[in-house]
Design a protein around this ligand. Sequence first.
Ligand code: NDP
Length: 246
Amino acid sequence: MDNATQRTAIVTGASRGIGRAIALRLAADGLAVTVNYAGNTAKAEETVAAIEANGGKAVAVQGDVANPQDVERLFQATQEAFGRIDVVVHNAGIMPMATIGSDNLEAFDKVIATNLRGAYLVLAQAARHLGEGGRIIALSSSVLAKSFPAYGPYIASKAGVEGLVHVLANEMRGRQITVNAVAPGPVATELFFHGKTDERVAEIAAMSPLERIGQPEEIASAVAFLAGPDGAWVNSQVIRVNGGFA
Ligand code: NDP
């Protein structure tokens, strides 16, 4: 397919975990994909190679989503590589655990910078670059409904992301661009497993009536729905994809 007709997507944080699964799924659905990452070049190149091995098209672009110049460069590089941008998935995120105390301000500032300022910058560039039929999807989290201790900074950042999604959907009035969030429950990635004992993982898995944690591909399916023709009438929603972890 040539550049003029192939739809294209930017997926932030696509070197690993859920972002990698989203990049692979959107490529399998026929989109050319920009694989963004923070520092893990080898993993990002591995995602690109996996897409290419399946006959898809992808490029890797390093960039910190909290840095406005990096985010601008991410969109420019995609325009240069593929000639158009149709879908933007803001997935990059971190989850440092910290109770609400002034000695944890550093963790708070870091997660707000990456998760919330990052979302603001990526959504801002998406609003600038996308044309009619564009789809913007941001990753939130189902843990908002749980309010577990030590999730304060993370939950604050994702509550902010959901707020931005609803406002941007309104700001896109007249442009035929949808803006939605996907809020996964616990998913088998490094972000989820980090710092948890096997017992804690089992406890969390048991919270869903389906009695397991999710797989990255199960989140990618929901994102692919929103990015594809069947998702056209879904706008300004938060889709909780969590096996009933609520
Ligand atoms: P992982 O830790 O597995 O992967 C994180 C990805 O984000 C990596 O590609 C990483 O790049 C990238 N990244 C981190 N910081 C930045 C940054 N500043 N700029 C650009 N890229 C960055 O996380 P998950 O796949 O688990 O999470 C993906 C999203 O899903 C996050 O927004 C998370 O909050 C959300 N989520 C996850 C859940 C889970 O249980 N796993 C549940 C609910 C929501 P690099 O490899 O270069 O470091």
